[in-house]
Design a protein around this ligand. Sequence first.
Ligand code: MN
Length: 128
Amino acid sequence: MAGATILLVEDNAVNRRLAEFLLRSQGYRVREATTAQEAFDLLSSERPDLILMDVQLPTMDGLEATKKLKENPATRDIPVIAVTSYAMKGDRERALAAGCVDYLTKPLDKTRFLQLVSSYVGRKIRGS
Ligand code: MN
């Protein structure tokens, strides 16, 4: 999708920079939040095409945040992909149960990451 906007919810600056770099390399616009509350605040005035949600966030974790987004008519149609550093048995099921459309583990596999994002928002190649 031309000009697709991705909301990146990630509290770790290094992970955030990497994901942002990969997304921008494909021409996506990137918005950032470091906590669930920051994401909610941003979503009160903006409507991204996709949300990448770190599961391990301070105060309110990413799955709880996703449940809240899914309860809100204004945000429930925005696809959310969960991202976690600690892949454990049952994580995928918990992410889907919370309302996420898919699930990724860190460290991000660049190809898989961009393929998955593209499958939800379409491809936007820089310069095309
Ligand atoms: Mn985190």
